[in-house]
Design a protein around this ligand. Structure first.
Ligand SMILES: O=C(O)[C@H](CCc1ccccc1)CC1(C(=O)N[C@@H](Cc2c[nH]c3ccccc23)C(=O)O)CCCC1
Ligand SMILES: [Ca+2]
Ligand SMILES: [Zn+2]
Length: 336
């Protein structure tokens, strides 16, 4: 980080985190000029966005925690894609940065926090990440690291395969965001059972142990999903209705579980197919290369299987353990 300043406050992350800050006229801004990452905020409940500043660069004000978390999250996601996959930012060229430049900042990859009022969601809008504060019951502020990585990965997908956000290609778009949400959390905090949960740090703050989605067990009984659905983990169970853009947050359970089995190994409870795990690092390399080199806007589940096999073959060879396990992971969830 530049200007090694310490941000404090009741962040989601215990203790303090350091965030990059730029200084002008004794005002500190959450702007990491090394990573080109910056964070803005809305005046609570309004649509007025501004560059939040602090006078001493100790970000412990009540409305500053979410700034720290979103900024920290974007910084860590930047580091993960740069360090692990050699990718510079969301667009591969250190951007996109136009939004920040148009709003008084330097050219920065932008996050905005405190969207709307008690907003129980977060989203990538094509140019930046945006986070709600949550209503304090269903969600705490949605600035957890896996959600920041989920949203920022929607940006990466947009510049790469640009998977159409509906039906099977949309469920792949969703799944790739959950996968890299898991991998960034693992990169920063090490692998744990939380790695495979999505949103566990901000979903239902009054209930411990639950999450929005579960890659290791999409059916999880306690999986609120928000509408308390459980999600499929086998192609035979896919949702074929029209809600949720054709079930993009539902059918994502199928490729999510394929990735989990490829990384960790296991026997699918329905198909009985056994998968020998190859570890999350190699699985992540295959998933990234598939997205960047083989998948396109109209790729469906069968196409994703082929893309990950092509990536595994290119990376590790057509008779490698990684290739074989990629085959069995998709077979386990009933694809191919
Ligand atoms: O990025 C995404 O896929 C989700 C973007 C949702 C959205 C889309 C368009 C406009 C506004 C919001 C946001 C997340 C998501 O999975 N949302 C789900 C579940 C959910 C969260 N809050 C909700 C409130 C009501 C209904 C569903 C939800 C959804 O929107 O379906 C991703 C990680 C956590 C939040
Ligand atoms: Ca998680
Ligand atoms: Zn998403």
């Amino acid at each position: 980080y530049d200007n090694l300043q310490t941000a404090q406050g009741t962040s989601l992350y215990s203790g303090t985190v350091t965030i990059g800050t730029s200084v002008s006229a004794s005002k500190y801004y959450p702007e990491d000029l090394t990573r080109k990452v910056g964070t803005f905020t809305y005046a609570n409940g309004t649509s007025t966005v501004y560059r939040i500043a602090d006078t001493d660069d100790v970000w412990n004000g009540s409305d500053q925690r979410v700034v720290v978390d979103a900024h920290f999250g974007a910084s860590m996601v930047y580091d993960y894609f740069k360090t692990v996959h050699g990718r510079n930012g969301i667009d591969g060229a250190g951007g996109p940065t136009a939004y920040a430049a148009a709003n008084g900042g330097a050219g920065l990859i932008s996050s905005i926090v405190r969207y709307s009022t008690a907003y129980n969601n977060a989203f990538w809008d094509g140019t930046k990440m945006t986070y709600g504060d949550g209503d304090g019951s269903t969600f705490a502020p949605l600035v957890s690291l896996d959600i920041a990585a989920h949203e920022m990965t929607h940006g990466v997908t947009q510049y790469e395969a640009n998977l159409t956000y509906q039906n099977e290609s949309g469920a792949l778009n969703e799944s790739w965001s959950d996968v890299f949400g898991a991998l960034v959390e693992r990169y920063v905090y090490g692998e744990s059972t939380d790695t495979w949960k999505i949103g566990e740090d901000c979903y239902t703050p009054g209930t411990s142990g639950d999450a929005l989605r579960y890659m290791d067990d999409p059916h999880d009984a306690s999986n609120g999903g928000y509408t308390s659905n459980d999600d499929p983990d086998h192609y035979s169970e896919r949702y074929t209705g029209t809600s949720d853009n054709g079930g993009v947050h539902i059918n994502s359970g199928i490729p999510n579980h394929a990735f989990y089995l490829l990384a960790k190994g296991g026997t699918h409870h329905l198909s009985g197919v056994a998968v020998t795990g190859i570890g999350a690092d190699d699985a992540g390399k295959i998933w990234y290369k598939a997205l960047a080199d083989y998948m396109t806007a109209s790729t469906n589940f069968a196409g994703a299987r082929q893309a990950t096999l092509s990536a595994a073959s290119a990376l590790f060879g057509g008779s490698s353990a990684q290739y074989t396990s990629t085959q069995s992971a998709w077979c386990a969830v009933g694809v191919g």
